[in-house]
Design a protein around this ligand. Sequence first.
Ligand SMILES: Nc1ncnc2c1ncn2[C@@H]1O[C@H](COP(=O)(O)OP(=O)(O)OP(=O)(O)O)[C@@H](O)[C@H]1O
Ligand SMILES: [Mg+2]
Length: 263
Amino acid sequence: MTSSNSILSITVLPGKSKNGTAENFSEIILSPGDVLSIVGATGSGKTAFINDIEVLAQGDTVTGRIILVNGQNPPDDFIRDPSKKPIAMITQNTKCLADLTVHEFLEMHLRSRKISDISLLEKTIQTANKFTGEKIAAGMRICSLSGGQTRSLFIADAVIISNTPIILLDELENAGIFKEKVIEELRQLRKTTIFVTHDPYVALLTDRRIVMENGTVKCILEPGDLEKDVLFRISEIDKELSAMRERIRGGELLFENKGGTSV
Ligand SMILES: Nc1ncnc2c1ncn2[C@@H]1O[C@H](COP(=O)(O)OP(=O)(O)OP(=O)(O)O)[C@@H](O)[C@H]1O
Ligand SMILES: [Mg+2]
């Protein structure tokens, strides 16, 4: 039987556009460790695409796509039992469901998965704190965490406690968390990761880029080293922007000096 630890591939089979025309690709295969991005205009179908993977669509969503696991229709368990589901999706709207402390929340999650290794609790908080500016402490209440802190915690929880092989992230950039740290961590852990993004830096940091239009996949790019120079330039711009962001967050006023850089 397929368990979430034995996922060798996820296959996306084509559906249809918003006008009902057939989508123009034969299949998209995701393997362990693949890091992809999804780009495209607002409303072009990016969230719908990862949502299809999240729900393991079987032609039963607006797009008509079909998702296969290891080349076959997914087992019922994956669809019905949340603890067996091999996919975690962290969306723009992370809601607080229970008024627990971070410690209580993670402990409850460990218990529900019958995991006795309590050290995973601290490891999850440490991992989440790699992604956030303001650190999360075990005694903080989940409901009092910021949007960015909550998302960082959910990502860490998905990779460490759920040990989910596939992670889908919708517009991480808006949470103000350290996105390149997230990418680095997920790469190291060999997670299959999809970033829906409007951020050029995130898009260029991923290996494959799916471009959406009118509800369909317009093209799939695999630039390899072709964008190496631009990636370097974007990382420099991003560093400068991040430094400005941190200073703005710290309450500074930024001025342009004569040389054209902020002082
Ligand atoms: N192939 C499709 N057929 C029919 N409807 C679709 C299709 N793809 C997407 N939609 C619908 O179009 C709307 C916009 O799609 P979606 O939310 O995925 O856009 P998005 O690219 O994520 O936009 P944003 O950048 O604003 O988040 C949604 O209501 C979605 O259900
Ligand atoms: Mg969206």
